[in-house]
Design a protein around this ligand. Sequence first.
Ligand code: SF4
Ligand code: SF4
Length: 355
Amino acid sequence: MNVVLDFTGLDVLIGVLREDGRTVVGPVHQDDAITLAELTSAADLPSGWGVETGPGHYRVRRRSDAAVFGHSAGPQSWKKFLHPPRRTLVSSDSTGFHAAEEPAPDYAFFGVRPCDLAAIAKLRQIVGGRTPFVVAAQCTEPGEVCFCSSMGCGPGAGEGYDIALTERIDSGGHRFLATAGTSDGSDVLTRVPARVATTEDVMTAEQDVAAAAGRMGRAMPELDLRDLLAASRDSRHWESVAERCLTCGNCTMVCPTCFCVSVEDATDLQGGAERSQRWASCFEIDFSYLHGGSVRTSGAARYRQWMTHKLGTWHDQFGTSGCVGCGRCIAWCPAGIDITEEAAALSHDHDARGE
Ligand code: SF4
Ligand code: SF4
């Protein structure tokens, strides 16, 4: 099912999802970034805002049009809804133990970019949870740090959406081609004012998405990364990265698929206690703490762990890469370290060693 909505139709779509009891979350312009928050109407979307990105660089900028999906991935990802940064697991007081879980809302994720659609599937494979209703926004505006095309995760939406939107603004007006991916998606679209899409609408959207594939700011080298990482354990290049890496962990926090957690206990003087879970990072010195000390004491060892897991051993664990090419780890690295460049450097080092 393909239909075309105008901006009013988009607003009605959000209203229908809310009427059905869903908490609709999507992109908003907030705190000089495109972040994710609850949407009450299409007016909450970041109309007319784009972004400029680069290694260690992210700035919002005014666009010359009113596009609402004219921005690449921001600092937040859908991970914060599927796998909250901190949550209480159990608490206790003088009356006993209490499960502290709030039931997760019935989410509708609105404006999910294809890289993040792939990330949601990878993350849910690990953390599970309730299936969100997903309205994807196909990518026609890749950013400077984007490389989803070379990871096979975009710019077209893959599996896992209920509705996929493709935004277009031209002399024909501001409109969205909406494609249903599930029967739930079709049902919702029948309740939204829309016209039937023409062959030209569909072809134009396909051309816009195909053109985006050629405008990615960078690409992951075309190599068997799993083999490369396995062969690079003793590469000299890890020391070169460590000279730049601050081991701050930003890359793991912004990554839409990094899922590691730490569990902490706290007590108070009234006899209460709480066990909570928080996001952790393999860049923390305590992350690899075993009896007697940490296993990965150097920055080189910690960066190697992160990259080797992300691009290599993730395949052994989960049957897929841990990277979707969203570029967040590049934009939000204070040292501007670029995972695509590090992969290329590892490859050169591997070749130089003649292995
Ligand atoms: S490793 Fe970097 S580019 Fe890949 S999914 Fe994580 S944040 Fe995105
Ligand atoms: S690669 Fe960058 S973001 Fe990641 S820990 Fe090192 S300095 Fe921080």
